[in-house]
Write a protein that binds this ligand. Structure first.
Ligand SMILES: [Zn+2]
Ligand SMILES: [Zn+2]
Length: 548
C-alpha cells in the first residue's frame, strides 16, 4: 500500500500497473490515481473563454487565456504560420536548476495557441472540437453540425445541450446516448426515436418516462398507452418548462423502482469503469471507446492501447500521464501534442519525434527546451536529464499544477475535484476572481418572467439577456438557438449554459468506483453507485436476467 503525497489516501499499484511502469521505465507514482487525474485536468480549460488580442498579430480573438494572463498567445492561424517559430525561444539546459522550474520559464516565454478548434467551420466558440460545423459553445466533439452547448458529442447533428452523445440527431438535454433521434432528456438510451425522459431504453419509439425497455413503442412510465394518449402527453410536456421539471423529478423517482446496472459497458470484456464501449482489459477507465490494456483513462474516443493515466488521447500507444496526446507513441507527460513519437514532458508540439521539455514545436526532431541538437547530443543530454529527474523524484510525475497556464477554477479539474479559493492558493495554484463580462443587451429579464410557450416568445428576445434562476448570471439566446427551440416546440431555458452543464454532470454517476454487493446475489461488485445511494444495484449476471 502506498500513501498519496497529496491527499494521504492509500493506493495500490497492481501487478499490471507495475508491469506497465517497468515497460515505461518510470517508478511507482507518488500520487494516487485521483490526484494524478486532478493534476492533468488542471491543464485543461474548456469553458472560460475570453475576448482578447493575439500577441503576435494584434487581431481580436476568442481565447482560453484572459487578457490579463501572463502567458502570451497567438491566434491559431498565426501560430501555425511559418513566421512563428518556437525554436527561437531555445535555451540551454541548466543542471543547477530543477527541470520543472526551467520548463515553467519556457512556458511563459513561448506564445500558446489562443484557442484550439480543429477543422472547424463557423464554430469558433467550440474548443477542442474536431470537424465541427455551424456550432456554438461545444467542447471536445468529433464531427458535428448545428450543435449547441454540448459536450463530447460525436457524429451528431442538430443537437442542443447534450453530453457524451454519439450518432444523435435532433436531441435536447440527452446524456450518454447513442443513435437517438428526436429525443429529449434521455440517459443511457440507444437506437431509439421520439423518446422523452427515458433511461436505459434500447430500440424504442414513442416513449415517455420509461426505464429499461427494449424494442417497445407507445409506453408511458413503463405502461402501454394508445398513440392518441402518447401524442397528447408529448405535446403537453414540450410546451411548458414547469412540466419538464416536474417530469424530471417523476423520472428520477420512477428509476428507483428498478435494479440498475452496476456499470455501463457495451461489448467490453475484463474491464472496470463506467461508460466503456468496445474495450478489453481496461481498468478504472471512464467514458472511453476501444481501449486495450489501459488503466486510469478518461474520455478516450477512437481507442488507445497499452496506456495509463491519459485523458482525451485517442490513438495513443505506450503513453503515460498525458493530456490530449493524440496519435502519440511512446511518451510520458505530454499536454496537447498530436502525431508525436518518443516525445516527453512537452506541450503543444505536433508532427514531431524525439522531443524533451519542448513547447510549441512543429515538425521537430532532437530538441530539448526548444533547442536543436544532433542525434547523438540529444540522446546523451536526454539521458542525463532523466537521471537527474529520477534523483529528484520528478521522473514519471506529471507537471506540477503550479505550471498550468490556467487558474485552477478555469479548468475542468474544478468540475471533478472542486476547491475553494483558499485551498487552491494554499497549494500554490493559480486562482482567478475575474468575472466574465456580462452580455451587452437592452434589458435583462428574470427567468421567471419568460413566457412558457415558445410561440409566445418574440424575436426581440435576441436583444435581451435572461437572468439564470439559479445563479442570477445573465445569458443570451442566439438566433440559431431560438430557431431550434421553435422548431422543436421547446420552451426557452431558464438557466445559464454553465448551470445547465452542471445539472447534466449532476445527473451522471461520479467517475469513481465503489465497492458494494449485488442487491440480488450479494456478489461483491464495483460500481459508480456509492453504497449510501438509494438505487437498487445488480451485478452484470443478475441484470441480464431482468427483462421488462
Ligand atoms: Zn491522492
Ligand atoms: Zn448479482
Amino acid at each position: 500500500m502506498r500513501i498519496c503525497k497529496s491527499c494521504n489516501a492509500g493506493f495500490e499499484a497492481t501487478d499490471s500497473d507495475q508491469r506497465f511502469y517497468k515497460k515505461m521505465d518510470v517508478p511507482e507514482p507518488h500520487y494516487c490515481p485521483a490526484c494524478r487525474n486532478q493534476f492533468r485536468l488542471s491543464f485543461r480549460n474548456e469553458r472560460a473563454l475570453y475576448k482578447r488580442k493575439c500577441d503576435l498579430s494584434g487581431k481580436s480573438i476568442i481565447s482560453f487565456y484572459s487578457p490579463f494572463s501572463p502567458y502570451k498567445v497567438a491566434a491559431q492561424d498565426v501560430w501555425w504560420c511559418d513566421q512563428f517559430d518556437a525554436m527561437s525561444y531555445a535555451r540551454d539546459y541548466d543542471f543547477s536548476r530543477p527541470f520543472f522550474e526551467q520548463f515553467k520559464d519556457l512556458m511563459k516565454a513561448v506564445p500558446h495557441m489562443a484557442m484550439i478548434v480543429s477543422h472547424g467551420e463557423n464554430s469558433e466558440y467550440c474548443p477542442y472540437s474536431v470537424y465541427y460545423k455551424n456550432s456554438y459553445m461545444c467542447v471536445s466533439g468529433v464531427v458535428g453540425q448545428n450543435i449547441m452547448y454540448s459536450y463530447w458529442t460525436n457524429d451528431s447533428r442538430d443537437c442542443t445541450d447534450c453530453y457524451a452523445c454519439s450518432g444523435c440527431e435532433l436531441c435536447y438535454e440527452c446524456v450518454e446516448c447513442v443513435s437517438l433521434y428526436n429525443s429529449i432528456f434521455c440517459k443511457d438510451s440507444h437506437h431509439s426515436s421520439n423518446l422523452a425522459f427515458c433511461v436505459d431504453c434500447d430500440g424504442c419509439k414513442n416513449c415517455i418516462g420509461c426505464f429499461g425497455l427494449k424494442n417497445k413503442e407507445y409506453y408511458v412510465f413503463n405502461q402501454k398507452v394508445t398513440k392518441e394518449e402518447f401524442d397528447r402527453q408529448m405535446a403537453e410536456l414540450r410546451s411548458d418548462r414547469g412540466k419538464l421539471n416536474e417530469m424530471m423529478s417523476r423520472l428520477k423517482a420512477h428509476v428507483l423502482k428498478f435494479p440498475q446496472r452496476d456499470l455501463h459497458k457495451v461489448n467490453t470484456e475484463n474491464s472496470t469503469g463506467d461508460y466503456l464501449i468496445n474495450c478489453r482489459n481496461a481498468r478504472d477507465c471512464f467514458l472511453s471507446f476501444g481501449l486495450e490494456d489501459c488503466a486510469y483513462c478518461w474520455n478516450i474516443p477512437q481507442g488507445a492501447r497499452d496506456c495509463a493515466d491519459i485523458n482525451y488521447s485517442p490513438k495513443a500507444e505506450l503513453v503515460y500521464n498525458s493530456m490530449s496526446a493524440v496519435n502519440a507513441y511512446n511518451g510520458i507527460c505530454n499536454v496537447f501534442c498530436w502525431d508525436v513519437k518518443d516525445v516527453s514532458y512537452s506541450v503543444e508540439s505536433f508532427y514531431s519525434n524525439d522531443l524533451y521539455g519542448c513547447v510549441g514545436i512543429k515538425r521537430g526532431k532532437y530538441c530539448i527546451l526548444n533547442k536543436q541538437y544532433s542525434k547523438e547530443d540529444y540522446f546523451s543530454l536526454r539521458t542525463k536529464i532523466v537521471e537527474s529527474m529520477k534523483k529528484a523524484g520528478e521522473w514519471g510525475e506529471f507537471f506540477p499544477t503550479s505550471l498550468s497556464p490556467f487558474a485552477y477554477n478555469e479548468t475542468i479539474a474544478q468540475d471533478f475535484y472542486p476547491l475553494n479559493r483558499e485551498e487552491a492558493l494554499a497549494r500554490g495554484w493559480q486562482w482567478t476572481d475575474e468575472e466574465l463580462p456580462l452580455p451587452k443587451v437592452e434589458k435583462i429579464i428574470p427567468a421567471s418572467r419568460l413566457p412558457d410557450a415558445v410561440t409566445a416568445i418574440p424575436d426581440d428576445v435576441l436583444n435581451w439577456a435572461i437572468q439564470c434562476e439559479v445563479t442570477d448570471r445573465p445569458f443570451k439566446i442566439i438566433s440559431q438557438e431560438l430557431k431550434f427551440y421553435r422548431t422543436q416546440h421547446l420552451p426557452l431555458p431558464r438557466r445559464h449554459p454553465d448551470q445547465r452543464y452542471q445539472d447534466r454532470l449532476a445527473w451522471l454517476n461520479p467517475r469513481k468506483l465503489y465497492n458494494r454487493n449485488c442487491d440480488k446475489c450479494q456478489r461483491a461488485i464495483q460500481t459508480t453507485y456509492s453504497p449510501d445511494r438509494p438505487e437498487i444495484v445488480y451485478c452484470e449476471q443478475c441484470n441480464l436476467k431482468e427483462v421488462y
